[in-house]
Structures are given as structure tokens and as C-alpha cells.
Design a protein around this ligand. Structure first.
Ligand SMILES: [Fe+2]
Length: 214
């Protein structure tokens, strides 16, 4: 996430229909191309008149948006957060069959949640408790411990490192699932790209020096 202005919408890392029947092509086209794409466009438009901030990385914008001029700070917070969260959301899904975390993530899940079933129940509980628009995020701290957090709107969990981001905005599921949020969550859970998620956090969980965020 060290990309900078001008930001580019990352292509979907699989075909639009690759996640069917769990997430169908129509839903993915709207979610990725329209909603995610709009956040990329908005972020670029916000920063275009401010060359001094165009060198900031996406992480820096998410972490330090409050230091920006008042006229753009709230919108940069929302749109940079959206780009960050959506990038992780789409890149950490993959077509069936389901995968499984590899060590060391599996060990950390067992230590914290008692196993995969414990993580599933905890993550589902947090996701379904999101009121309005927000995210349920499995994250790892600088100490290597896992935690599940709920964020409002497009806020990120930075400076914690997100491992999995479950989008609980209505736009993430309503075209296919309407009000059936439990079914959407279960679909998302089946599609998690666990090898990719493991790679995202193995250094932290192994207790190696903390990753630099900026
Ligand atoms: Fe979304």
C-alpha cells in the first residue's frame, strides 16, 4: 500500500464470474468497478489541487488525514480508507475450493480463538453487529497478536495490520443477498484466500521486527 497519487484502480484479480455462486458477476462489477472505482477517482480529484500531498502513500493518507487542510481532510479520510480497505477485500478473496491458513497464522488463530471455528464465530459476530456502513477486520498488532475490530464508514484499522477485511456496507451484498447478511458473510468466509492472508502477516506473527508503515 505504498502507492501514491495518481491512484489506479487495481484490476479484479480474478474473472467477474469466478466467485459465483457465492458472489455473482453483477454484484462484483458494481462493487469493484463502480464503488471501489469511485473512491479511486474521488481521491485523485481531492489531491489534484494539492501537489504537496501527492507524495504521500496511501497508508500515510489513511494514518495522517487529520493533518490535511480542513477542506479536504474528511473526504480524504473516507476515500483513502475506501481504497485501502477495498484493495484488501478483493485481493484476499479467491475462487472455490476453500483454502486454509498455513503456519504461522493458523497457530495464532488457535492461540487467540481456539481454532478456525472460534475465529468464524467471532468474526461473524462482529460483522453482523456492524450498524449502518462499516467493516469487520481481522488484524494483527505490532506484538503479533490477532484481534477483530469493527470500523465505521471507511475507517481503517491502521496502524494495526489488517489480515482480512469483510465489507459490511450494503453495496457489498444487497444486489445478490438483499437483507440476508448472514448468507453474505458465509459466502465471504468460503472465498477467503487464506494463503494470501497468511503471507500478509507472517513476519509479524513470527515476531520479527515491526513493519515500517510509512
Ligand atoms: Fe465496498
Amino acid at each position: 500500500m505504498d502507492n501514491r497519487y495518481p491512484f489506479v484502480l487495481p484490476p479484479l484479480p480474478y474473472a467477474y464470474d469466478a466467485l459465483e455462486p457465492d458472489l455473482d458477476a453483477r454484484l462484483l462489477r458494481y462493487h469493484h468497478d463502480k464503488h471501489f472505482g469511485a473512491a479511486v477517482d474521488n481521491l485523485n480529484a481531492l489531491l489534484a489541487p494539492y501537489p504537496v500531498y501527492q507524495s504521500w502513500t496511501l497508508r500515510e493518507l489513511c494514518l495522517n488525514w487529520a493533518q490535511l487542510p480542513d477542506e479536504i481532510a474528511p473526504d480524504v479520510r473516507n476515500n483513502a480508507g475506501s481504497v485501502f480497505n477495498h484493495t484488501l477485500y478483493f485481493e484476499r478473496l479467491h475462487p472455490l475450493p476453500p483454502s486454509a491458513p498455513s503456519a504461522p497464522l493458523e497457530g495464532a488463530i488457535t492461540r487467540t480463538f481456539g481454532g478456525m471455528d472460534g475465529l468464524y464465530k467471532a468474526m461473524k459476530g462482529v460483522a453482523l453487529s456492524v450498524f449502518g456502513s462499516g467493516w469487520a477486520v481481522l488484524a494483527v498488532g505490532r506484538d503479533g497478536n490477532l484481534t477483530i475490530l469493527k470500523t465505521k464508514n471507511q475507517d481503517t484499522v491502521l496502524p494495526l495490520e489488517p489480515v482480512l477485511c469483510c465489507d459490511m456496507w450494503e453495496h457489498a451484498y444487497y444486489l445478490q443477498y438483499q437483507n440476508r447478511r448472514k448468507e453474505y458473510f458465509n459466502a465471504w468466509w468460503r472465498l477467503i484466500d487464506w494463503p494470501n492472508a497468511t503471507n500478509s502477516c507472517k513476519e509479524r506473527i513470527n515476531g520479527l521486527p515491526a513493519i515500517s508503515y510509512v
